[in-house]
Design a protein around this ligand. Structure first.
Ligand code: NAD
Ligand code: UGA
Length: 463
């Protein structure tokens, strides 16, 4: 089956970059990305390509190259679905905030709406691709909905989970470790798998394109995120032990990471992992395991989240304890708000929870982040509902200049590992701070020795 028109439902952090890269690599395929969110679509269409709504190194150049040629962004969802041979569903699948499974299960409302919309408007056969991260066996729900259209249209469902990480999305998409495609194992299913393999094979070596049955593919995505997050929680758990024993977590990570069976990546101790997916996907895994009565399996994975919450809380408590057990009225400068460097995404960022805890103790916080807007920071805090919107405005000051953030502060806390933080004039910052001047490096990116020579009192994670 030769695919000439693709539609992607959802113009978010996954839909936008993945489709931009497909459009770049396949100039003969028309790729239309649709979303209900008009303002988001307008930003993707902004004449100044630097204003697209997702910040990713290298992305604006790719959008500039393909947009208007074979890459389109629109709110005309029905038309794009109708025209397409292949439809990617890349909508959000957040943790449920109501009803059964509240706080754990994935909310599949948006996925189901997409399926119903596809069923309603389709007049020709289509391959529907799950790009969103979904609980294992979701494809059977989609099949059920799409089978009952009564209009003789045939649908094939594939699972093609996305493994890109934010901040490196373009590289991850251009040179992925692997692409995973799950589909039915009958002749028609295999044909659909082949159609999607042929798209990726234009730039991904064939041996890196793995094909499986649908259920393995769906479950592999949750499993990959669970394993990655587990590594972070494991190293963070040991970082606390390091702080009591004079071992150094950086040295421990290097020592274990050189064992080729363990490997060096994803062993950076931190203030805790954030991002829209690790927590939600593990909670979802926990929920699924419990729903099959597998309580030991559920408890095992839940511990990864418990450890991460502990790490965020521990970091905030360390600040309070070090500042003589009170931060009331004290200015604390936050460098970084994004959940990791090179992204403007703040979803589940550790900074939000550390700030919330310090604000609970009546601290005053001044935040600087090179990519996150003030509106986003206030929205993140307001969403927690811990205090009024006015109180958040009063206690948190968002500034455009890192030196201003640190002026007259009792302490600086590093929440995101932005490279620029390493190159600041730390002597100048020290001179402008109240003494003793404290630094809490939640990312272990600063040179502790150099800062101590300047006069700072430095607390790093795991040393
Ligand atoms: P997002 O919230 O940034 O984007 C989702 C978009 O879908 C939103 O703009 C929303 O308006 C739109 N949408 C929802 N329902 C719609 C509908 N019925 N019709 C049209 N548009 C609709 O989410 P995201 O970060 O892109 O994540 C999408 C999925 O990909 C999630 O399942 C997530 O777990 C998974 N994922 C995310 C990442 C990541 O790095 N963010 C990586 C891999 C996988
Ligand atoms: C993660 C996975 O890496 C992707 O493969 C996956 O596709 C994606 O989730 C998803 O499904 O959404 P992402 O969350 O964008 O990607 O970023 P990561 O690089 O994985 O970092 C996640 C969090 O862990 C960040 O807060 C980061 O600072 C933290 N982290 C990561 C550490 O604290 N230490 C590490 O060693 C690595």
């Amino acid at each position: 089956m030769n695919i000439t028109k693709i539609c992607c439902i959802g113009a978010g952090y996954v839909g936008g970059p993945t489709m931009a890269v497909i459009a770049k690599q396949c100039p003969d395929i028309q790729v239309t990305v649709v979303d209900l969110n008009e303002s988001r679509i307008n930003k993707w269409n902004d004449p100044n390509v630097e204003n697209i709504p997702v910040y990713e190194p290298g992305l604006s150049g790719i959008v500039a190259e393909a947009r208007g040629r074979n890459l389109f962004f629109t709110t005309e969802v029905d038309r794009a679905i109708k025209e397409a041979d292949m439809i990617f569903i890349s909508v959000n699948t957040p943790t449920k905030t109501y009803g059964a499974g509240k706080g754990q299960a994935a909310d599949l409302k948006w996925i189901e709406l997409c399926a119903r919309q596809i069923a309603r408007v389709s007049t020709s056969d289509k391959i529907v691709v799950e790009k969103s991260t979904l609980p294992v066996r979701t494809a059977s729900t989609l099949k059920d909905i799409l089978k009952h259209t009564g209009n003789n249209v045939k649908f094939q469902i594939l699972s093609n989970p996305e493994f890109l990480a934010e901040g490196t999305a373009v590289d991850d998409l251009l040179t992925p470790d692997r692409v995973l495609i799950g589909g039915d194992q009958d002749a028609e299913g295999k044909q659909a798998i082949e159609a999607l393999v042929n798209i990726y094979a234009r730039w991904v070596p064939k041996e890196r394109i793995l094909t499986t049955n649908v259920w393995s593919s769906e479950l592999s995505k949750l499993t990959a995120n669970a394993f990655l997050a587990q590594r972070v929680s494991s190293i963070n758990a040991l970082s606390e032990l390091c702080e009591f024993t004079e071992a150094n977590i950086g040295e421990v990570a290097r020592a274990i990471g050189t064992d080729s069976r363990i490997g060096p990546k994803f062993l950076k101790a931190s203030v805790g992992f954030g991002g829209s997916c690790f927590q939600k996907d593990i909670l979802n895994l926990v929920y699924i395991a419990r729903s099959y009565g597998l309580n030991e399996v559920a408890d095992y994975w839940e511990q990864v989240i418990i450890m991460n919450d502990h790490q965020k809380r521990r970091f905030a408590n360390k600040i309070i304890k070090t500042l003589y057990n009170t931060v009331n009225g004290k200015k604390i400068a936050f460098l970084g708000w994004a959940f990791k460097k090179d992204t403007n995404d703040t979803r589940e960022s550790a900074a939000i929870y550390v700030a919330d805890h310090l604000l609970y103790e009546q601290a005053k916080i001044a935040v600087y982040d090179p990519k996150v807007s003030a509106d986003q920071m206030y929205a993140d805090l307001d969403y927690l509902n811990t205090r009024t919107v006015e109180e958040n405005q009063l206690l948190v000051d968002v500034v455009q200049d890192p030196y201003e953030a640190c002026q007259d502060a009792h302490a600086v806390a590093i929440l995101t590992e932005w490279d620029e933080f390493k190159d600041y004039d730390w002597q100048k910052i020290y001179d402008a701070m109240l003494k003793p001047a404290h630094i809490f490096d939640g990312r272990n990116i600063l040179d502790k020795g150099q800062l101590e020579r300047i006069g700072f009192k430095v607390s790093a994670i795991g040393s």
